[in-house]
Every structure is written in C-alpha cells, then in structure tokens.
Design a protein around this ligand. Sequence first.
Ligand code: OSB
Ligand code: MG
Length: 368
Amino acid sequence: MRLDHAELRVISLPLLKPFRTSFGEMREKTFVLLRLSGEGLEGVAEGVMDVRPDFREETISGALALLKETVLPGVLGQEFTNPEQLTRHLARVRGNRMALATLEMAFWDLWAKSLSLPLSTVLGGVRDEVAVGVSLGIQPSIKATVESASLHAEQGYKRIKLKIQPGWDVEMVRAVKAALGDLPVTVDANAAYSLAHINTLLALDTLGLDYIEQPLAWNDMRDHAKLQKLMLTPLCLDECITSAQDARKALETAACRLVNIKVGRVGGHLEARRIHDVAASFSAPVWCGGMLESGVGRAHNIHLSTLENFTKPGDTSSSSRYWARDIIHEKLETSGGMMPVPKGAGIGVTLDLPFLDTVTQLKVDVHP
Ligand code: OSB
Ligand code: MG
C-alpha cells in the first residue's frame, strides 16, 4: 500500500452533557481526525490526545505538529506492505503513542479496506458484537448518580463504572452498589489518590467492586504494586500502560490484575493486540477503554474488542449518549448492553462530510 495523501483536521463536538472526572470537566470533545489515502482508498482514525495534557502528557497541538512536520512526511510517498512494516518504521519515534496511534489506526482501516475485509477479521477477532458498560462522570449528588446508574442498568449495560476522587468515593459507591444488586460496578480515579489515602482505598476494598481503575499516579506502577498487595479488589491500570512492555511489567510485579486497553493510548492496534496477548499469557482479562470518541474512534474500539481475551465489558457505549449528531452516517447503538460490530470493509463506518465541515476548526493537507 502506497500512501499518497493525508488530511489532518481538528474537530470539536459539543457533548450532550458535561463529563466530569478527577482531572476536570469536559463540555465538548476536541480531537484530531486523520484521513489517510492510498491507492484510491481512504482510512480514517481519531487521536485521543486532549487540548491540555491532563490525562497523559500528549496534547493536540503537540501531536498535530509532530504528525504534520515529522511523521507524515516520513511515510507519504512510501510503500508499506502491512501494519507491522509501518509500525517498525514508526518505532524510531520515542513516546508520542497517541499521535502515532492516529496514523497506525488509519493505516489499518485503509489496509483492511484494500483487502475488502472488516478490521475485526484482519485483527483476528472472534465475535460480531461486543459487551459494553458505561462510564459515569462525577455527578452533582449521590441521588443523581444512583438514578443515572439505575437507568443505564435498565438499558442493559453490563457494568457501571463510576468516576471517583477524594471526597467523592465510599459513600457514593456504597449507595450505587446497594441500588444495583449483582450488576458489576467499578470505579476509576484517574490517578487522583496516593498511598496517603490508604484508609479510603481500604474502605473501597470492602464494597465488592469488580476492580478499581488507576487509583494512583499516572506514571507510578511501583506504588500500584504496593497497593495491590494490601487489597483484595483487583487493580486495573489505564494511564500507566502505553505498551506491551508496560503491561508485562505491571502484571509481572502485580501492580494490577487486569488492563484497560485504549488503542489510541498505546500506539495503535498492533500494540493493543500485543497487550491483549501479554495479558492472556498471565491469565489476566482485558477490556477496551474509551476517551469519549466520535463514531470513528468508537468503530476502531469495537473492532479491537472482538479479540478473544476482551472478556470484561468495555466503555464503548451508544454514540447517542454523547452526541446529538455524530460525524459518521452509521448509528453505533447498543441493545441489551451489546454493541454490534459495524459491517463492511475496514472500520465499516463512513464520514458525514457536510456535517464534518461544520465542526472542523482547522484543516491541514499533507502531501509527499
Ligand atoms: O479514564 O477511562 C478514562 C474519558 C476521558 C478520559 C479518560 C477516561 C474517560 C472515560 C470515559 O472513562 C470512557 C468513554 O465513555 O468513552
Ligand atoms: Mg480510566
């Protein structure tokens, strides 16, 4: 596959409801969209970098500059036979996994299209629908949280994940657990705690949570290993894991017992699949996380989630929970907590270009 042209856009989509985590509140989702063309076909992907480096260190402006000035000029006009070959070429870039993932994922879409196969088939997926839960942001009250959790449980979502932070944790989680009965409940702290909060963390350990996601610092596996020793509840790492090597070290040192795989965080589908395989070798389950993606990132996540060891429900819930209007024509909606895998070649979704133009803040063309 010869790569001919790339178009980078910055898109901003208003969220139906603000999404609050321990690191801040999002009212709209701003992201980089890449359209990559070669041999008369087009692959698309979105980056999961944010405007500010408050989830991990990458930013939209940094990723745009790197892609436009360094990474894309290095691949346009070149021939890549498969994603492995592209990834070997990209390995010269240190870090910047989110920026690289944007290109790698667009290439997988393009490559799968050139084979006239769905991405899930090319990746080695084993199912045509994937189990999903929801991630609920920090709400104004416990009552509002219990109501939202119950509503999503009624809609059939397979687990409820609650965002927590110091002061918004044990009491709230206890109330939701009491309302939901046997439905799996998890919490995600987005790195808001330290070992100084050990009493709160040990209280969370008594609540029957399925797992606790990234309680401690975004770059600190060591303290997670200390904490896991003191807890019965499995820890799940998100921010800490950017590669299969990270996942191997985390599982080897028991810093976690399962992994949230975000394809956009780890450099793309190839690395995501390696993490999936490493976890399987430790008999550790994985699940597919989300970053409030538009339909494009959502479709990539769904295809990835068809791999065998994605045995825990992911975060790829219905698009209509996030947007009044998505940037793709297809509807990505769950029923009974199951998200169907989009049919057709590649990621199986198509851009609504007239609408996309109305939400585009910046557009850059890159030629060989
Ligand atoms: O930590 O999983 C996270 C959203 C933005 C940034 C980080 C995270 C999240 C979510 C939402 O939990 C997942 C989703 O609904 O896409
Ligand atoms: Mg998380």
